[in-house]
Design a protein around this ligand. Sequence first.
Ligand code: PMP
Length: 509
Amino acid sequence: MQTNKVQSLGIRLSAASRLPLYRQLFDAVVARIHDGTFPVGFRLPPTRALADELKTHRNTVVRAYEDLHAAGFVESTVGRGTFVADAAPPRAARAGAPPERAPMPWSTLATQAINNDTFLRAERFAHPVAAADAIHLNRMQPMHDLLPHELLRRCIDRALHEHGPDTLGYAPTGGLPRLKELIAKDLERQGVPATADDILITSGSQQALDLLARALITRGDTFLVDEATYHGAVRLLAAAGARLVPVPCDEDGPDLDALERLGRGAKGFYVMPNCQNPTGRRISLARREALVEWSHKSGVPLLEDDYASDLHLDLKPPIAALRTLDGEVLYLGTYSKKLIPALRIGYLLAPRALRGRLELLKHAMDLGTSALLQYALAEFLERGYLEAHLKKTLPRYRARRDALHGALLKALPSRVKWSVPETGLAMWLPLPEGPDPETVWLEGQKHGVLVGPGTLNGITEAGQKGVRVTFCAEPPGRLIEGAKRLGRAFAAAERRSSASKPTRQLEVV
Ligand code: PMP
């Protein structure tokens, strides 16, 4: 490796390093300040002399010195030079051997609220053993070519440039007013009536779910969910102490007779009418209307999770949201799936009577969602980037869905039948008599493909009988290869299933 020793400072920089020279110089000086080699008042060489020694442009050294100055490590006086500052940021305390102390009794201190089957299942599936080239049909997040990082960079730059330090403080608890206006407009575009006043911006829609669980549930309350549902919601509801009651469904949606029987006194019914996670099912318009009637008659609110909004792969207009039919529906959405998970920006539309309480809770939980990212998203929406992004990505998602579907048709036995989703980023493969989802999941790992076992989603045994495969986290070629591997994993699981015991009945929390 080509290195360059700087005699005057006793440090060594490398032209072959992945870091630019100015960063290496910065790091080397900081390290010497920390280890005491350069004490307070130590004079760094003049920039020109150091640049000559380094055989580099003077600007490189100037940049390193400027960064050292900005970070408070050095002070510069015109005509005198650059000196190590006496208020140089302190180095982290050196770790010595910790003194002997009795260990904390964490096992008894920790809450029992998450010691239930729901969380144990999540833990069991959290760390699949995967080969390095394993194909991810389990992740519901867009892969690199589906993420608009360059557009977001421009928006963050613009937000910082235009709003300066305003972007760096706490945002108002309910959200940035400008972003609330823009989200309301964005929802109107999708046919969901909304004003800025209706909207509470949340840190991902996961927080909107958490807020609703905290605002509605007292330990032991009944909460209604689909027989197989989003496991992230199940965990939050369970942690809040809800007793989850599964509602069966037919091809139009939740079974109304069952709701009449099971719903009395429930604190809510959590549904995903446009694209049920994990099954991809949709609720028909007639059933939506009936659900709204049932909700008011029984006094049980509907929680509508529209996480896959805008992801209409066949470009068919969506069925009217429950929130469009009824202003008392608690409606939540997110920019994670259609745009960028790392924004962590979701939103919640709630009736006036609940808004103050939700905002109080939100403030207690996180003091507000990142102001910088809210400014950036506002810029993104204002510039029309979202619609442009969807125009570009929807055909790609469609192509991936079709690639995976076609390959699965060839790879799986004809006994396995599934529906092709019109919305969203995942397909649900109901399992026929025979292999259970955990065995398919395990065999999948052995064969280099990761899937989502229905065990995570199912509240009932019937609800668990499937695996979810996503088509957003891999390119088409790898989706096709993933389907082939899943075919082999399925065959292996089938061979094992004859000898294996039946699926355990899971405790409903
Ligand atoms: N709802 C559903 C149905 C989801 O699948 C997810 C994430 N997988 C969320 C809500 C939460 O997503 P986020 O917090 O990123 O908005």
